[in-house]
Each structure stands twice: as C-alpha cells, then as structure tokens.
Design a protein around this ligand. Sequence first.
Ligand SMILES: Nc1ncnc2c1ncn2[C@@H]1O[C@H](COP(=O)(O)OP(=O)(O)OP(=O)(O)O)[C@@H](O)[C@H]1O
Length: 720
Amino acid sequence: MLVHLFRIGIRGGLVPGRSLFSHRLQSFSAVRSPDGHFSSCLLRAMAQLRSQLRAHFSRVPSATPPSKSAPAWCWLGGALLGPVVLYKHPRLYLLALCEAREAPPAHPIPRVTQSQFNWQLFWHFLRPYLLLLGAAIVLALGAALVNVQIPLTLGQLVEVVAKYTRDHVGSFVSESWNLSTHLLILYGVQGLLTFGYLVLLSHIGERMAVDMRRALFSSLLRQDIAFFDAKRTGQLVSRLTTDVQEFKSSFKLVVSQGLRSCTQIAGCLVSLSMLSPRLTLLLMIVTPTLMGIGTLMGSSLRKLSRLCQEQVARATGVADEALGNVRTVRAFAMEQREEEHYGAELERCRTKAEELGRGIALFQGLSNIAFNCMVLGTLLVGGSLVAGQQLTGGDLMSFLVASQTVQRSMANLSVLFGQVVRGLSAGARVFEYMALSPCIPLSGGHSIPKEQLQGCVTFQDVSFSYPCRPGFQVLKDFTLTLPPGKIVALVGQSGGGKTTVASLLERFYDPTAGMVTLDGHDLRTLDPSWLRGQVIGFISQEPVLFGTTIRENIRFGKLEASDEEVYAAAREANAHKFICSFPDGYDTIVGERGTTLSGGQKQRLAIARALIKQPTVLILDEATSALDAESERVVQEALDRASAGRTVLIIAHRLSTVRAAHHIVVMANGQVCEAGTHEELLRKGGLYAELIRRQALDTPLLSAPLPKTPRHPWNHWHRT
Ligand SMILES: Nc1ncnc2c1ncn2[C@@H]1O[C@H](COP(=O)(O)OP(=O)(O)OP(=O)(O)O)[C@@H](O)[C@H]1O
C-alpha cells in the first residue's frame, strides 16, 4: 500500500514545490541569511515582512477587514516573522506596519500572485461533456460496487474449499461451480465497467484539453504587447503545455480514482464491519497510523524527486542553450567548455537520483515489512477469532481481501489529495490568462475609406512610459508630423525613444498623455486590425520569418493575396531574382525563423511581406543596419522603390541613410531636440552636425553633394 502510495506520487510527479503555497514559502525562505548572520537576516526578514504587508494592504479594499481576506501565507509569515522582529526591534515592526498601511507604493508593485481557480471557466469547458461525464461516473461507481462484491464471493468460495477439505463429501466442482461463475462474471463486469469509464474519461479529458489550449492560445495572442514585455515566452508556452496536461491528468484521476476509492472504502467498510467488528476496529486504528508514517516518508521522497527533476531541467537547459546557440558556441570554440558544463550538471543529476533511489529502496523495504505485518496481524487476530468460532475461515479470507481494497483505496485518496492541489493550481494558471482582457483590443473602431486616406500622421504632446516601467518616462511632450507622401527620419542617441515612436504609431501601446492621429483621427478611435493590416507596413532591423515557404511568408502580409500579387511584391522588394534561383522557388522552406537565408534575403522577404498589403505608411526601423555594404545596396534599392508616394518614417543610426530625407528629427531623452533638412541641421551646428562629424570620420561619403530636389532621395544617394 505504502509503495503504491509513493509510486503514484512519484509517477504523477507529486511535487509540493509547485503547490499553491510554494511561492509564498519560497519568499519566506528567501529571508534566511546564507551566512547565518542574524542581524542581516533580520533586516531582510523585516524588508520581506514589510513588503508583504504592503502588498497585502495595497490590494485589500479599505472597507474590508484584512483578517477576512488575508491569504494564509501572509498571516503564517506574519506569525512566524512578526514575533522575532517585534522582540528584536519593536520599532521596526511598528514602522513596517505603518508603512504598509499608510504609504501605498508610488508605482504598482509587480505582484507574484497566485490566482484563484476560476470555477466559472471550468464549468464553461466541462458543460459540453456533462452527459458523458455522468455516464463515466455511473460506470466508475458500478465498477467500485462490483469490487466490493468480489471479496465476499471469494470468502464464500474459500468456505466451500474449507468444507471440502474437512468433510470430503460431495463434488467440489459442482459445489464451487456457481460461485466460480459468479466470480468470473464479477471480474468480467468489473473489467468492462473499468474499460468503459476510462475510455469516457480519456475522451472528455482530451477534448477539454484541446478546448482549453485553443482558448488560452487565442487569449494569449490577443493580449497587449505590454503583457508580453512582462512575461517570458517559456512561461506562456508552459501554461499551454505542462499546465493544461497537469490539469487534465488531475481531472481524470480525481473523477476515476476519487469516486472509485470513496465508494470502495465505504462499501468495504460496511462489509468488514459485518464480517467482524473487532477486526475492523483494529484495522481502522492501524491503517491510518501506517498511512500517516508512509505519507511523511513519501513527502520527503517526493521533495527529493522534485530536486531531481529540477536538476534534470537544469541540465536540459544547459544542453538546450548550447544546441540552440550552436553557432555562437562554434564561433568561440567553446564546445569543450559546454561539454564540461553539461557533464557537471549530469553528474549532479546522478548524485541526486542515486540518493532518491536509496530512499525509494528503504521506503519499499519498510513498507513491505509493514504490509506483511498487517497481513500477519490480521491472520493472527482473525485466526484466534476463527479458533473461538466467532469467525469462519471464509469470512477471514473475505476480510483479508476487503481490507486490502480499503488500504489501496485510502492510499489512492491520500495521493489524490496532492493531485487535487496540483490540478487546481495548474488550472488556475491556465484560466488566469484566459480571463484577462487586453486594454487595446485587436479590432473595433472605425476605418478611413481607402480613397480618403492620405497618410498624415501626427504625434501631439505625447508622453509615454512603458507599462512594465511606469516610473520611467520614455517620451515627454513629443510632437512630430509625418506629412503624407514624405520621408521623415528619426535619429539620435541610442535609447532616445525612436523605436518607441514607431511602436506608438503601430498602436502596440497607447500614449500616457497626448495623442497620435492619422489624418486627424485619434488612433484610439480607429480599428487596430485595419490600421496594422492595411495602413502601416513595418520593417525592422531583424526580420522574423516563419519556418514555412517563401510564398507563405510573403502572404503573411495579406492572406488573400493571389500568386501574382506575391510575385509583384517580391519584384518590388528586389527578391524575385534570388527566389527564382532556388530549386524550389517560392516553395522553398526558409527554416526556423528563416535561418536558411542570408540577412539581406530575409530583409527583402520582409519588405515584400510589408509591401504586399500596399501600406500607406511605412516604418523602417534600422532596416539596413544589420547588413553588409552589398546587401544594404540591394535592400536599399528595394526600400527606395517602396518609399515612393508613401508616408515614411525612417529610424536610423547610420546618418548616410537619412541625409536626403524631407525632414530629419533629432531625438534626445524622449524629446525632439532639433528638426530640419540635412543642410539646415548642418548649418545649425547642433547635435546633428556633431553626429555627422563623428560619423563622417568613418564614412567620408557623407560630405558628398546633395540632390537639389529630394524626389527619391536614396536613389540619388546610392548613385553617388
Ligand atoms: N518594451 C519595453 N519595456 C520597457 N522599457 C523599454 C521597452 N522598450 C524600450 N524600453 C526603454 O525605452 C527607452 C527607449 O527605447 P527605444 O528602443 O525606443 O530607443 P531607441 O532610440 O530606438 O534606441 P536604439 O537606437 O538603441 O534602438 C530605453 O531606455 C529602453 O530601455
């Protein structure tokens, strides 16, 4: 039984560290000073307590008494740390309390909250399968009840055997025939019912998992860009995979084993008490005691198992990083170092796994002894009852089998308890993001008819802070106009906010103050999907392609585009020739993120992808800065063509690419610090002139003469 209990725990990955309270407990354990220095430990404990109190009070509405909604961990933490701090530094404790109550933080604290399980969403996913679930429950209950019958019939059969052994009269076969047939039927029915409910549960579980994954994926894709700034992709993918998987397994296990175990325990206990109340009483005392000891041992082994899993994950992470960045590893000739690094992690895995193996061996040895002692104890006590004619041999047999069923079921239930906690927290993680609604919807709002669309963009007194860094203002009263059909270049120091301007224009974020308009319409009133899908073309420094064909990658800009439109866009982007030189042409698979293409080729595909939607406004964010001179020339030709007749915002470091723009804006610290044409800014002798002077040292061509009319500015520049 104990072995069974532990096995299920390990197999099911019963990991207490991922339980509801793990983060909380971790945060408290973090206050332990590594060097054991008490006062520094105390100060950290103090800070911990203070921030937890503060976080707690900041989310409790003033009308609500804190005691009612305080999470258990908060009060547990307070109870553990409070007296220590109070005893050592009473004033510090009061200070913490006052600060927590009176001084709400200037900026929202990024909270690591454990979200609640959303029963409403769970019901939403379960509802379509209620009928099937009902059928599964009936079958599971049926199987459990049949299981209760088996020991009783077995006992009767043993009675027949005993009688025949004693008396040797009559035919054993004919006497035992009915009972044996009955038993065979019970076995068959039990097998069929088990098959039935497991198939139904698997059907429900798999379908629910697909529904949940679909809903979560769709919800994730709709979240604000700010949401992705704050989350790690791995975390999100893990919610889609591991958490859904864990929730599904827990759900299936709870319904199948939970129901079955409860029914079996109840049924068998009734049978047992009818067979022998004294033996049943003994069993009720011994079994829970042994289970308690087993659970304690099992939990420390599970902790060890979790450490093992974490170590394996660490080793996998090392291998993953090395293989994922194999080019960098090769470029730095670090293969040997990576091998050693991975080897060291594997060695740690081995040590931990061996320790776990020893623990399991000890556990299994002890539980075998306990199990055998229980059988022996039942036989001895039961035997004395048989000797005193208070019990028949058959009843004793029935008792033994039924008590085994009770023990197994109780073991299952205790494991199931952990599984429920894990399932609920996995479900909470899955449902958490489903219930989130983005601040910027994907669609909705009006659009400007194509024939009226001019492409005049203005930024009016725009201030902006990224949501994940609310205290840091990236743009301050930023004002800029992009006239229709003109090229405006943004230059300036790194981190000055140039890319942020482009992100606001794409409406990845909304300004904190001021507004961005298109032809006089506030972007917030326009349909974002129309804006991004039809009005704005965005080409960045590192184009990201999808691991499919060239044709599909270009079509990503306009799903309904015909092949002719794809070819036209590729020609416009200077890409048609190189695509046709590939044996598979437009059906060439570009590899993961486009790894089988050169930087210049990738960039030209990205341009084709942006041009296929015939955007009115084009944003070029350092589009050529990652390319060598030859690739840059080819890509630049494509960009020159693409820019004609469109409103273009160029963001560039290399001033050679912007000097002939109609308007150049120099940004510093989130503000416009100079603006004008190349000549005007040079004459002014300000920041732009200084930047030019510095770059001219590297690029003597910058001093070349300018065209008189910047109709297609770069064409001229690239001819010079
Ligand atoms: N997603 C983000 N979340 C929080 N802060 C950000 C984010 N993106 C940029 N920032 C910060 O905003 C500031 C402006 O960044 P931005 O990328 O707009 O500058 P930039 O002028 O384009 O710089 P570069 O020329 O180096 O590309 C920087 O301080 C940067 O750290």
